[in-house]
Ligand binder design. Structure first.
Ligand SMILES: NC(=O)N[C@@H](CC(=O)O)C(=O)O
Ligand SMILES: [Zn+2]
Ligand SMILES: [Zn+2]
Length: 346
């Protein structure tokens, strides 16, 4: 197969940022995806429905003319989040989901949850109204090895949380381990997981190829090769619990090439094309539409998009960087070339 048409996909996990970075990042996401779940970890984070509505307005103002892209907003869960506020935002259609970051687990998560018990009233309410909880599934405990933090989160936090809230709809975001794949596959009740394209393409060696490679650093950090293969199996399996979430997370080159470089990889300009490449390599192009365009929508109780996108097998070189003011953001492309391309629409 060297050409395929699928219903327009959605990105169920993306960072668009704000200001000049938003202006750079949004057109890439909006030209490929019909909808996206917009992460709330701005600095300061989006913690109320009013802030989410204002952020949505800023996004809409930056959208290219004629774009039908729909930003689906989220609210950053803190120890102080008010269950009534969250439920009202959901009922009004302003907030689609709540995002839980364990405090200090990743970029801009200082205000995150310090102990899940503190947010039980919020989770109770969300379970009752069918509002999804999206989780950055890593413990922030510095004593836990950085490569074990996802598994530790499942064992120490998620299992308990799900037994206390068995009907709560949960998305385990950007999974990186075979343990997470197994957990999501076998768990009872409403659970899904997003898988990024970079975790399908790189293992942890990519961060240390001939020297330290800050542009390959994200959280959760890429794991051993066996985990990457488990993720590829899960994504291409057709199992409806696994769906597309790029976690495209732009940072300035200057902030990544630093003594304490930021976590996050910017994939939006090449994401769908690289997912197609991965599915092609796995002989699973016939399952790409389920992963990219159907499974996530079904989990969120939304209809699939009606437009289509056509992908053709044709190699191209994406730009290495994108300008933001006088700074640059590096575009992910581990092989320097992308072997699938989105056909222009007429
Ligand atoms: N994935 C990352 O490495 N970084 C994300 C935060 C996140 O999704 O954890 C970011 O906002 O930069
Ligand atoms: Zn995260
Ligand atoms: Zn993210």
């Amino acid at each position: 197969m060297n050409e395929m048409t699928l219903l327009r996909p959605d990105d169920w996990h993306v960072h668009l940022r704000d200001g000049a970075m938003l202006q750079m990042a949004l057109p890439w996401t909006a030209s490929t995806f019909g909808r996206a779940i917009i992460m709330p970890n701005l600095d300061p984070p989006i913690t109320t429905a009013a802030q989410a509505a204002a952020y949505r307005d800023r996004i809409r103002r930056v959208l290219p003319d004629g774009s039908r892209f729909v930003p689906l907003m989220t609210c950053f869960l803190t120890d102080e989040t008010d269950p009534v506020e969250v439920a009202r935002g959901f009922a009004e259609g302003v907030i689609t989901a709540v995002k839980m970051y364990p405090a200090r687990s990743t970029t801009n998560s200082a205000a995150g949850v310090t102990n899940v018990r503190r947010v039980y009233p919020v989770l109770e309410r969300m379970q009752a109204i069918g509002m999804p909880l999206l989780v950055h599934g890593e413990v922030a405990d510095g004593e836990v090895d950085v490569f074990d933090r996802e598994k530790a989160f499942i064992d120490r936090v998620l299992v308990r949380l799900r037994s206390d809230f068995p009907a709560l709809r949960i998305v385990l975001e950007h999974i990186t381990t075979a343990e997470a794949v197994d957990y999501v596959q076998d768990a009872e009740g409403p659970i899904g997981a997003t898988i990024t394209v970079h975790h399908l393409m790189i293992n942890r060696n990519a961060m240390f190829a001939g020297g330290i490679r800050p542009h390959m650093f994200c959280l959760p950090v890429a794991k051993r090769e066996g985990h990457r293969l488990a993720l590829r199996n899960a994504a291409t399996s057709g199992n409806p619990r696994f769906f597309l979430g790029t976690d495209s997370a732009p940072h300035l080159v200057r902030d990544k090439e630093s003594a304490c470089g930021c976590a996050g990889i910017f994939t939006a300009p090449v994401a769908l094309e690289l997912y197609a490449q991965v599915f092609d390599e796995e002989g699973a192009l016939d399952r790409l539409e389920a992963f990219a365009s159907l499974n996530g929508a079904r989990f969120y109780g939304l209809p699939p998009n009606t437009e289509t996108v056509t992908l053709v097998q044709s190699a191209w070189k994406p730009p290495e960087t994108q300008p933001v003011g006088r700074e640059q953001v590096r575009v992910f492309c581990p092989e320097g070339v992308v072997r699938w391309r989105i056909a222009p629409t007429d």
